[in-house]
Design a protein around this ligand. Sequence first.
Ligand SMILES: Nc1ncnc2c1ncn2[C@@H]1O[C@H](COP(=O)(O)OP(=O)(O)O)[C@@H](O)[C@H]1O
Ligand SMILES: [Mg+2]
Length: 303
Amino acid sequence: MSAFHCPLGALKYQDPQCIDCGLCYVDEQEKKWLASQKVRAQIRKLNGQNNRSEKVRKIAICGKGGVGKSTITSLLTFGLVEKGYKVVVLDADESNPGLHRKLGLEKLPASIYEDVKKSEADDTAKHWHQLEKITLRDIPANFIEQDQAISYLMIGKINDVMEGCACAMADSAREMLIRLSLKDDEILIVDQEAGVENFGRGVERGADTIINIVEPSYESIELSEKINYMAQGIGITRVKTILNKVPSRDVENIIKERLHHHGMEVLGSLYQDGGISLAAFEGRLIENTQANEAIEKMIEQLL
Ligand SMILES: Nc1ncnc2c1ncn2[C@@H]1O[C@H](COP(=O)(O)OP(=O)(O)O)[C@@H](O)[C@H]1O
Ligand SMILES: [Mg+2]
C-alpha cells in the first residue's frame, strides 16, 4: 500500500473509506480497469451525497505544465471579483511559487499541509481542517493571505531535497476541496499541479467545474483530452477548455476544430502576449486589457 495513494482517501486496505475495489493490489491491466470502474462509480455516488453544486462554485484549473494555469487562475480571480464575487484561491501546486504575486499578494500564508502533518501527532483536539464542513470563518488567519475580495490559501511547497513525495499534499488538497463550504457570493478556484497525477489521487472529486487549459502543442492537446475523459469519469459534467498562448487565428481554428471533434467545449482563447510574460518575469499583476476583456466574456459564458 505504501506506494499507492487511494483516490477514495483510505489510508490502508479495509479502512472505512475502502470499498475493496482492488486498485491497490491487482496487477493485470483488465482487473485494474474493472477496479477503476468501481472507484468511478463510488466517487459518483459520494459526489451525489456531497450535493455537488448545480452552479459554478468550485473550479479546478488543470493542464500540462507551463500552459498558463496560474496565469489564468489570476485572471479569472480578478474577473470574478469584478463581478462581485469573493474568490478563494487554493494553491495546490506543490512546486511552483509565484501565484500569490500574480494575485498582488506579498506574503505566503502558512502551509495547510504542514498543519495537517503536525495535527496527525495530536489527537487531543479537533483541528479546523478536520471539520466536515469548513467555512472561511473556520480557517485561522495565518492560513489566509487576504486582499479585499481575494483569499489565498496554500497547501504547501516542496522546499528541500528528501522531503518525500507530494501525494500527501494532494490528499490535503482533495480534502480541502471537498470540505470547503462556500456562501452564495463565494467561489473557489484551485490552481492544480501540472498533469493528470492529481486525477489519479482523486483531488478533483470536490470540484463542480473543470477548466482545462490548452496551449498549441501536441502534448497539451493530448493531455487535455485525457483530462476531459477523467473528469467525466468522476461525474464532473461541466468541463470547459480555454486555449492559451494562441499565435494566430488560423492555429486557433485548427485547435478548436480538433477539440470540438473530441466533444470538448471551448470557452474562449487568449493570444500569445508579451505583456503577460513580462508581468510573469517581474512577478507582478497582469495588467492587460485585451486578456481581461477576453476572460470577462469567458466568465459570462461560464456562469
Ligand atoms: N497568453 C500568454 N501569453 C504569453 N505568455 C503567457 C501566456 N500565458 C502564460 N504565459 C507565460 O507562460 C509561462 C507559464 O505560465 P503559468 O501560468 O505559470 O503556467 P502553469 O501554471 O500552467 O505552469 C509564464 O511565464 C507566463 O507568463
Ligand atoms: Mg502554475
